[in-house]
Design a protein around this ligand. Structure first.
Ligand code: 5GP
Length: 208
């Protein structure tokens, strides 16, 4: 990195962190806690065609796009990866991720299993964590408790979640699995993993 263009928070220790887990497992809370606890961490804001809910803030949770706008960005090769989840498109924009990695930041992608496999195939150094529910029953309860969707959408997300967990276990894309029994415990476990991983990478970079 050109030292003249460094920002005060720039480091030489860039890392791509993938966080996945079924809908309702608590991964957004865990992801946002990592973002707050690690000073140079940045959350990658995905693009999506799904409907904005009351809880969503444009540009902070997602960039909400129409189908046309999304497809134009695919055609312009603007996505590092994109996938369809529960009938809606989701994608990670390449340019902001590359710019932040270049600055040595910890860039966090909260993406589905399809996206994680795709990113790992392109960038094998990415560190990927999958958040598991304590049980299927607990997951269904959490999906209902957040009162975000109606029962048919909840059932659809629950079915996808079961498939995702099986796929995550089978696919080899994940470096670690965390069971979200309590949020405090899961956040601490995720932070320990990420800090240890970054420290190990910094040590091997020093030795190189
Ligand atoms: P939700 O609609 O609940 O916000 O997200 C649904 C699923 O899409 C979640 O598993 C979430 O991690 C995933 N997702 C969000 N953004 C992206 C993205 O940019 N790419 C991919 N592949 N999946 C994403």
């Amino acid at each position: 990195m050109d030292s003249q263009h460094r920002l005060p928070s720039d480091t030489d220790n860039g890392m791509l962190l993938i966080i996945s887990g079924p809908s309702g497992v608590g991964k957004t809370t865990i992801t946002r806690a990592i973002e707050r606890s690690i000073p140079d961490a940045v959350f990658s804001v995905s693009a999506t065609t799904r409907q904005r809910t009351e809880a969503d803030v444009e540009g902070i949770d997602y960039h909400f796009l129409s189908e046309d706008q999304f497809v134009r960005r695919i055609e312009a090769d603007e996505f590092l990866e994109h996938a369809v989840y529960a009938g809606n498109r989701y994608g990670t924009l390449r340019a902001p991720v590359e710019a932040q990695l270049e600055r040595g930041r910890l860039v966090i992608l909260e993406i589905d299993v399809e996206g994680a496999k795709n990113v790992k195939a392109q960038l094998p150094d990415a560190f990927a964590i999958f958040i598991m529910p304590p049980s299927e029953e607990a997951l269904l309860e959490r999906l209902r408790a957040r009162k975000r969707e109606d029962e048919s959408v909840i059932q659809r997300r629950f079915e996808i979640a079961r498939r995702e967990i099986a796929e995550a276990r089978a696919c080899n894309a994940y470096d670690a699995f965390i069971v979200n029994d309590t949020l405090d415990h899961s956040i601490a476990e995720a932070l320990d993993l990420v800090r240890a991983q970054r420290a190990a990478r910094a040590r091997s970079a020093d030795q190189a």
